[in-house]
Ligand binder design. Sequence first.
Ligand code: ADP
Length: 266
Amino acid sequence: MTFVVHCAFLDIPGAQGVLASFEDLTHVEQAGQMRRDFVANVSHELRTPLTALLGFIETLRGPARNDADARERFLGIMAAEAQRMERLVADLLSLSRVESEERMRPTGRVELTGLIESVLRRLEPVARTGGVELRRHLPEGEVLVPGDEDQLRQVITNLVENAIKYGGAGGPVEVGLVTPDEIAGLRGPGARITVRDHGPGIDRVHIPRLTERFYRIDSHRSREMGGTGLGLAIVKHIVNRHRGRMRVESEPGQGAEFIVELPLRT
Ligand code: ADP
């Protein structure tokens, strides 16, 4: 904890002494620390692919100069590293945008049944490549919520991509949408989107930290799967902007379910 003590000496008739007041600067200190951690994390995340790229450039200029096989292989790795940096920069920009817009209520209306269907259709080839079946449990009719279509598309995309990446090997990924009359905490009817996988699940100790920037349970696996560690942080800010809630239910070994609830009314 950090406190600043302000002192004033009083010397007026009937009131002599020292007047002291305390100002709690703990939150300012914490915000500063978070900013420093974030910059350190971003630098580290960018430096890893950059170091690899520079290393391969040196090798291609030197020992591998006349080795056509090695050149092909190294260029493939370099392209993958450059794509990793590109994804990171794109996610950093998304995060910065959703953070700055968090206080501005979205003004549009979004139809969720069609939106989920279109995201699933777009991710179908990725899922098929990983041998993952995408199952839908969607209502017949339209479900309209106040919102920003691009941002809600990003929420559904990030959750389904994660379910494919981390849980897909264990069975199908199931995406559901229901509209309960009452959702606790939302005061009134809402739309509940669920993304369930049958993978290894998530230990309880990690759940509260999943939406922290760059928090990964297994960094190696995340990087291998092309993750930036920012997907769920982006989801959290978008859901907050829509006055919704997100929670995760999981038992290790039993898969994970990410649940996003959005109000149906403004
Ligand atoms: P990443 O880019 O690493 O996927 P995210 O912010 O999307 O970053 O997710 C943070 C971490 O949460 C991931 O690195 C992974 O460890 C964990 N995670 C996310 N979704 C799942 C899931 N469906 N099953 C198991 N772990 C998950």
